[in-house]
Design a protein around this ligand. Structure first.
Ligand SMILES: O=P(O)(O)OC[C@@H](O)[C@@H](O)c1c[nH]c2ccccc12
Length: 277
């Protein structure tokens, strides 16, 4: 399936990054950069009864759809997109940095971090330690660990490294057994992601969130990921007590990204947003 292909490619990519001087450069950049913002804390503080906190994703392409908008071929203004998210109520931004399958870039992460005061998640396929230094050096406040992609030992060690670097970990699950692995082996896992997308078929189903959420202790923050397209979806998530939601496609493909952001959150876009392209 696609995840296996991506992981294979990611490991090959990492083999070219294993020089001591690269790690030393990243550590120096981390030392000279600003400290991370609290990702989980921000989500918790900005959610309300009618809407989970929004993590809005800067996503240029996906393996199933290719470019999400044809005009991205000529111009992809990642900072303008992130700014629209922020101005219309997103609590945090997720930035895809994988080049091969999502046409992302670590530079997008750094640019967005510099431009905005809200926390950023580095959306990557983490398979080696160097990537955590890269994430932090480019401004990440949180990273994603995909439970289906990692051994138990890696989950534990990568989470420890993430914490050491001052970032938060979002654990992504899709099946009961993956969720149980996290709950059993990572006692301090605060942010639990439930990916509604089946990586074999690419179909999304919000019921995955409702099913898995029942097993999650109430002291955790639940993040519903993928396939969230309408205000009706968001209301169902809010009713189920879901704390946060990760949305890419629906926002990126909207005629007006800012208006769609506000719409998902049940707000009307402000005057500042009107008349924008
Ligand atoms: O574009 P969507 O359906 O709103 O989904 C966003 C996000 O959940 C999705 O991009 C995603 C979830 N987990 C991932 C892991 C890697 C890459 C991408 C993802």
């Amino acid at each position: 399936m696609i995840l296996d292909r991506i992981l294979e490619h990611k490991k090959a990519e990492l083999r070219h990054k294993q020089s001591r001087s690269y790690l030393a450069d990243l550590k120096a950049a981390i030392r000279d950069g600003s400290p991370p913002l609290g990702f989980a804390v921000t989500l918790d503080a900005t959610r309300n009864e009618t809407s989970p906190a929004l993590i809005a994703e800067v996503k240029k392409a996906s393996p199933s759809l290719g470019l999400l908008r044809p005009e991205f071929e000529a111009k992809f203004d990642h900072v303008a997109i992130a700014r629209a998210y922020h101005e219309h109520g997103a609590s945090a931004v997720s930035v895809l940095t994988d080049k091969e399958f999502f046409q992302g870039d670590l530079a997008y992460l750094a640019d967005i971090k510099r431009a905005l005061p809200i926390p950023v998640l580095n959306k990557e396929f983490m398979v080696g330690e160097i990537q955590f230094y890269e994430a932090r050096a480019h401004g990440a406040d949180a990273v994603l660990l995909i439970v289906a992609a990692l051994e138990r030992r890696q989950l534990i060690d990568f989470h420890a490294l993430t914490k050491e670097l001052g970032m938060d970990t979002l654990f992504e699950t899709h099946h009961e057994r993956e969720l149980d692995t996290v709950l059993e082996w990572i006692p301090d896992a605060r942010l639990i992601g439930i990916n509604n997308r089946d990586l074999h078929t690419f179909t999304t189903d919000l019921d995955v969130t409702f099913r898995l959420a029942k097993r999650i202790p109430s002291d955790r923050l639940i993040v519903s990921e993928s396939g969230i397209h309408s205000r009706a979806h968001v209301e169902r998530l809010a009713e189920a007590g879901i704390h946060a939601m990760l949305v890419g496609e629906a926002l990126i493909k909207a005629g007006d990204i800012g208006v769609k952001t506000a719409d998902l959150l049940g707000r009307t876009a402000g005057v500042r947003a009107q008349g924008r392209g």
